[in-house]
Design a protein around this ligand. Sequence first.
Ligand SMILES: [Zn+2]
Length: 194
Amino acid sequence: MKNFLASATTALFTAGVFIAISLVALVVCPFFHESGHALACYAQGYSVIHFSPFGFHPRTDCTENNTWVSAAAGTAASVTMWFVITAILNHWLLLRYRGNLAWLSLFSAVWFAWSYIFLGEVLNWAWLVHSTRNPPPDTARFATVTHIRPQWIIGGAWTLAAIVVASAARLVWKIIWAFFAFLPSSQLQNAESN
Ligand SMILES: [Zn+2]
């Protein structure tokens, strides 16, 4: 019975993490990105004619798609949200819930998944700058309308990716230590020192 309960808990936990990661990939990330495009469209005085922010092929169409602001706004929104939420996690959420294994696991899994996808989004600016795909990816559109040399966009994307990794490192370290505190040996140590 105990074994059954343990494996049921593990199965539920795995399913929970899987659902959380899928939600991040298909709902949260594209929603932030496409909302950035939509807000930029309105901010420039144009109208949004198509807005589907969820799923595998999220898309936003503005009456004027070919401005550098429209092209950059999706990733700009993702960058802003990632830094804000990572700071909240770093300075508040982790301190508050580090003693709760379920919450710690859940928000760490979601944050790791999101950071991974977000880093891919940043590096797409380097990888897809020469893409001839139609409709063009944001980075190719940005290069076309600004006439900025692709090498500069590639350099910018790698620089931003390095800043993201450096900013994430501290939180990764804190999360690893928070998990270490749940190991039986460290609980023993805590009991001894109390
Ligand atoms: Zn976009």
